[in-house]
Design a protein around this ligand. Structure first.
Ligand SMILES: CC(C)(COP(=O)(O)OP(=O)(O)OC[C@H]1O[C@@H](n2cnc3c(N)ncnc32)[C@H](O)[C@@H]1OP(=O)(O)O)[C@@H](O)C(=O)NCCC(=O)NCCS
Length: 186
């Protein structure tokens, strides 16, 4: 399955018990800039500039989120303003997960709910595909979240984009079909 096939197979929008995941729009620009202009986010993300300007937001909405190598969902309460972003992008030929919430939304179970639901959609859309993720070793919340939604540590390196050199956990989430096969064989 190519990335474009995964991209097309994933739903544009879907709901969880309390959240909605939907495409990002120009109307989100002000909320995006307000949430993303936070040094705490810059410090843990591979590619978020700081300060985060309207130009950065426009580039993200127009060229990255609506480009061809990435699918991005805004995380929000039903009909509420955006609280953060989750996306799957192509990195070195492999689909990789990335995500962040505005700081005021951390630690309330929102990330687990949104990304858990996204993983359910991914399993339906791409049951034969593995998914990859990375987080700084110091990012305890991100590591906990990844393990909660089915990722396993496969190694470590220092490939965190703008934080190159800092130690990073590398994760893999096995394909749903491989897990079924393994369970059946046991
Ligand atoms: C990482 C992030 C998306 C997690 O979302 P969240 O809504 O805050 O996380 P949740 O409340 O769903 O918690 C997920 C798990 O992390 C744990 N956790 C959350 N905050 C934590 C903290 N500050 N310290 C330790 N563990 C924490 C929770 O206990 C939970 O694990 P559990 O269910 O086993 O108890 C969010 O904190 C964030 O946006 N951080 C900054 C950006 C970032 O780190 N992105 C990922 C880069 S790799």
């Amino acid at each position: 399955m190519t990335f474009n096939t995964i991209y097309r197979a994933m739903p544009l929008r879907f709901k969880t018990d309390t959240l909605e995941l939907r495409p990002i729009e120009l109307a989100d620009l002000a909320d995006l800039v307000q949430l993303a202009n936070n040094k705490q986010l810059h410090d843990v993300l591979a590619r978020m500039p700081h300060p985060y300007t309207s130009e950065d937001g426009l580039y993200f909405i127009n060229d990255i989120a609506n480009g061809t190598d990435e699918r991005v969902w805004v995380i929000c309460k039903r009909k509420g303003p955006m609280m953060g972003v989750v996306g799957i992008h192509l990195r070195d030929g492999q689909p990789e997960l990335g995500y962040w919430l505005g700081a005021q939304y951390w630690g309330q179970g929102i990330g687990s709910q949104a990304i858990g639901a996204l993983m359910d959609e991914f399993d339906i859309a791409a049951p034969q595909e593995e998914l990859y993720a990375r987080c700084l070793k110091t990012n305890i919340a991100s590591k906990a979240l990844l393990e909660k939604v089915g990722f396993e540590i496969t190694g470590e390196d220092n490939s965190c984009g703008q934080h190159g050199g800092a130690p990073v956990w590398c994760f893999n989430r096995p394909a749903r079909d491989d897990i079924y096969e393994q369970d059946a064989a046991e």
